[in-house]
Design a protein around this ligand. Structure first.
Ligand code: G3P
Ligand code: CA
Length: 229
């Protein structure tokens, strides 16, 4: 079973920072999960929330700032909000990335997809990333932009058969399921549909053991040190 570090080694280091990804890499994880959003000037940054307050010393909505303005803020332990380009430069040889397109308002999903597709063309990554999002129209649009890209359908509180239908529509390779919604039936249905199942957020040995027994393909964890085999 693969272990992906959720926002890097975010259980111990500031989430979605280069430090958190470096620390996860030191553990030998199979992949990094990360969230991406667009700045006001159209740069892709690695950041989870809509607002800066929880994880930085900045104030207000991330999307109202240009990249250079955002760079002044401390994202924890002296780290700055990284751009996706910075992360790709550091980790083009792996591990694999699971890139979540984070939308806090669903109004216009296209600019982020367009920027991602353009940026990815500039890098020769050893392991093809997997793209996921709760915003399914964004995944449909992403698939229209590229036939080869790997898509995982991210879901929560949705009937599982709808998730499988969406996975078929966007020709997904995987689905990404919350821990409290996983079951042996769902793992089996995903397997029959030819989909890998990732489960989040798996933070304890006990939870990881359960996922292993269920035949889950990969877990996404804030504590990858805990859930490694
Ligand atoms: O990609 C799985 C998981 O990260 C989705 O939820 O809120 O942690 O981004 P969230
Ligand atoms: Ca995420």
């Amino acid at each position: 079973m693969k272990v992906f570090a959720h926002r890097g080694f975010s259980g111990q280091y500031p989430e979605n920072t280069i430090l958190a990804f470096d620390k996860a890499h030191e553990l030998g994880v199979d992949g990094f999960e990360l969230d991406v959003q667009l700045t006001k000037d159209g740069k892709i940054v690695v950041f989870h929330d809509q607002f800066l307050e929880r994880t930085t010393n900045g104030l207000g909505r991330l999307a109202q700032y240009a990249l250079q303005e955002l760079k002044q803020y401390d994202a924890g332990q002296g780290e700055h909000i990284p751009t996706l380009a910075e992360l790709l430069k550091a980790y083009y040889l792996g591990p694999q990335l699971m890139i979540e397109l984070k939308y806090h308002s669903a109004r216009n999903y296209q600019p982020l997809v367009d920027a991602l597709v353009k940026l990815l063309k500039q890098f020769k990554l050893k392991y093809a990333p997997v793209f996921c999002s709760f915003n399914w129209p964004a995944l449909v649009y992403l698939r229209c932009q590229s036939r080869n890209i790997n898509i995982a359908v991210l879901h929560k509180h949705k009937p599982f058969l709808r998730v499988l239908k969406m996975a078929k529509l966007v020709k997904a390779c995987a689905i990404s399921t919350p821990l409290n919604e996983v079951s042996s039936r769902k793992v089996e249905l995903a397997r029959i549909a030819g989909l890998n199942m990732y489960v989040w957020t798996v933070n304890s040995k006990k939870q990881a053991t359960l996922c292993r027994h269920l035949g889950v393909f990969g877990v996404i964890s804030n504590f990858p040190d805990e859930v490694r085999p």
